[in-house]
Ligand binder design. Structure first.
Ligand SMILES: [Zn+2]
Length: 313
């Protein structure tokens, strides 16, 4: 096994298991070299500790220039901005998760989109779910992506008011829009949902939007003549309580890795294929082997800048 330095912040933020010194063979104290105060001692160990255990407990962003490093499902975020818990046209939900952090371009986008959403009847704005952790990186639960501050989950529940208390934001649930396992939308789906997703897809900063297949097919039916925005709306598993917006890499973030653009066209035929497979699932392959469990992402798997993002003040 290749030895690789793993940083563990001794900020009192990591769990005891993360701070074990027994894995620190040849540990080097980087605090002096990095100019960090002794209290923020960083340990370098040779363990392959999952990176989610390093990024998950960190409470604050790095005091660095904003930059997304790596790809949506394997990267980190320097200099994150916080989506304010409440704005003129939005509220951040589930504040206890501390995932209302993103690249400043994502925060700007959410302000723009929520202002447009507030023009829809019955929508005071947007309820916004997870963005990223304060320094991005893998999460302990819930998402493979959302690692570089360019992904956001937006609730399907139309906000009737924007003065929810912190407790209400923990306890309120979004609503599901799907019927028949996602083959169709249900009666809660409205034209406003389409208009908001259309507004998001029409924003030049947006690369993709993920939503359940039945919603895409419904929008394909209702879109009329202007269909170019549908290309960015991609059918995906889940995504019936919220839709997921993914931005393109900000210009200048040179190690940020864009996803290949969606294939040309509106993607409606492909979405019908998803619906067909939901309604008529192919029989299970008797010879199929269960997919091997993926090993957790370690710091060594991430762009090298992520070690300094993690260790920075
Ligand atoms: Zn998401």
């Amino acid at each position: 096994m290749r030895a690789f330095p793993i940083l563990a912040l001794a900020l009192g933020l990591t769990s005891a298991g993360c701070m074990s010194t027994s894995t620190g063979g040849g540990a080097t104290d980087y605090a002096a070299a990095s100019g960090l105060p002794r209290a923020t001692k960083i340990r370098v160990s040779t363990s392959g500790e999952p990176a989610k255990q390093l990024f998950g407990p960190v409470q604050a962003p790095s005091a660095q220039a904003p930059e997304s490093f790596g790809s949506y499902a394997k990267g980190c975020l320097a200099g994150a901005a916080q989506l304010p818990e409440t704005g003129a046209t939005w509220q951040a939900m589930r504040l206890s998760r501390n995932r209302n952090w993103g690249h400043p371009v994502l925060i700007d986008f959410l302000e723009r989109l929520s202002a447009k959403a507030a023009r829809q009847p019955g929508w005071a704005g947007l309820y916004i779910g997870d963005l990223s952790q304060p320094r991005g990186g893998p999460m302990s639960s819930g998402h493979a992506s959302h690692q570089i501050g360019l992904d956001a989950d937006i609730w399907m529940l139309p906000p009737s008011r924007l003065n929810l208390t912190a407790a209400e934001r923990e306890n309120l649930s979004s609503i599901s829009m799907r019927r028949a396992n996602g083959a169709y939308v249900n009666a809660k789906w409205t034209k406003a949902h389409m208009e908001i997703i259309k507004a998001a897809a029409s924003d030049p900063a947006v690369a993709r939007i993920f939503v359940f297949p039945g919603a895409k097919v419904q929008m394909c039916k209702d879109a009329g003549g202007d269909r170019s925005w549908l290309r960015k709306v991609r059918p995906w598993w889940g995504h019936h309580y919220h839709f997921h917006v993914r931005l393109t890499c900000p210009s200048g973030d040179r190690t940020c890795v864009d996803q290949a653009p969606p294939p040309p066209g509106d993607g409606c035929k492909d979405s019908e294929g998803w619906v067909d497979r939901i309604l008529n699932p192919p029989p299970p392959d008797p010879n199929a082997k269960p997919a091997p469990a993926k090993p957790p992402i370690t710091l060594a798997d991430l762009p090298q800048q992520c070690a300094s993002v993690l260790g920075a003040r």
